[in-house]
Design a binder for this molecule. Structure first.
Ligand code: IP8
Length: 257
C-alpha cells in the first residue's frame, strides 16, 4: 500500500557526538512520544532508520585513523551500531511502537550509493505491524570494510516499501543557507545549487557527512513514487513531528520534484 513515511533518526539528533557511545535519551523519548501520537492519529510509519552518531561514526573514525585488521574494524563498527539500534528499539517499544531490527550488513550488498538491500525479506513484518528498523552500518567490501549510510538506506527503503515521504530528523531546523536562514522548500532539480548550504549542525567526526554526498545520495536513489524528503529538527520537538506525520506540514525543509 502506498503512503506513509520512512523516518531517519539522525545520529546528531539522537546521540551526543561530544561523548562516545552516548544516547540522548530524553530527545529519543520525545521523538518516540510524537511518533506514537502521530500513529494513533492515523499516520503511517513504514520504516525507521538510525544514523551513526557517537556510536558508528566514532568507532569508524577511530579505525580509519589506525592500521587495524579489517575484521576487527568490521566487528567493532557493526557491534556499535547494533547496540545503538537496540537502544532505539527499546525506547520506541516503551512508547508502544514495535520495531524489528534488520542489520544491513546481513541483507544488503551496496553498490556505490545504492544500498541494494533485499527488501522483500522485510515486508512480511509490516503485515504484522512490526516496523522494520535499519541503521547505517559497515559491511565487507573489496577485502576491506565500507560504510552504508542511513541516508541512502532511507530512500531505498521508502521506494521499496511504498512510502511517499522520507523524514530526516537532524539537529538543525532544515537546510540552512550560508547566512543561517532556513530554506523551507527546494526543488529536487535545484539541489545542485545548494553547495554552500548545510544540513548537519553536529560538527566533528562523521564518515558520511557533507552536503555533497547527501545530494548525490538523493539523486542516485530517488524514485517516482516519492513525494518528498523533509528535513526537520529532531531535537526541538514541540509537536512538529506529529504535524509532519499527520498533516504533512512542519517547520523544516521540503525537497520535492
Ligand atoms: O550516520 C553511518 O550512518 P549515517 C553509520 O546514517 C556508520 O551516515 C557505521 C558510521
Amino acid at each position: 500500500m502506498a503512503g506513509g513515511f520512512v523516518i531517519k533518526l539522525g545520529g546528531s539528533a539522537i546521540t551526543d557526538k561530544s561523548k562516545p557511545y552516548t544516547v540522548r535519551l530524553s530527545i529519543l523519548h520525545g521523538i518516540a512520544a510524537e511518533m506514537a501520537e502521530a500513529i494513533a492519529r492515523g499516520a503511517e510509519v513504514k520504516g525507521v532508520v538510525v544514523g551513526g552518531g557517537s556510536f558508528g561514526h566514532y568507532v569508524a573514525t577511530a579505525y580509519s585513523e589506525e592500521k587495524s585488521p579489517a575484521g576487527e574494524a568490521l566487528s567493532s563498527i557493526t557491534a556499535s551500531m547494533t547496540e545503538l539500534a537496540l537502544a532505539v528499539h527499546d525506547v520506541l517499544q516503551s512508547h508502544g511502537i514495535n520495531t524489528i531490527i534488520y542489520p544491513p550488513h546481513a541483507f544488503c550488498r551496496p553498490r556505490d550509493l545504492k544500498p541494494n538491500c533485499a527488501w522483500h525479506m522485510v515486508s512480511a513484518s509490516i503485515e504484522l505491524n512490526a516496523i522494520p528498523l535499519v541503521y547505517g552500518d559497515a559491511y565487507p567490501c573489496r577485502g576491506q570494510w565500507c560504510i552504508v549510510s542511513g541516508d541512502e538506506l532511507s530512500l531505498e527503503m521508502a521506494c521499496s516499501l511504498g512510502a511517499e515521504y522520507v523524514a530526516y530528523l537532524s539537529d538543525v531546523d532544515g537546510i540552512l543557507d550560508p547566512r543561517g536562514n532556513l530554506v523551507t522548500s527546494i526543488e529536487l532539480g535545484k539541489l545542485g545549487s545548494l553547495k554552500g548550504d548545510s544540513i548537519e549542525g553536529g560538527k566533528g567526526y562523521d564518515v558520511t557527512g557533507g552536503i555533497n554526498r547527501k545530494l548525490r545520495v538523493i539523486q542516485a536513489n530517488w524514485c517516482s513514487r516519492l513525494k518528498g524528503i523533509w528535513i526537520i529538527n529532531g531535537t526541538r520537538l514541540d509537536g512538529r513531528l506529529v504535524r509532519l506525520l499527520v498533516e504533512h506540514r512542519a517547520r523544516g525543509t521540503l525537497i520535492a520534484p
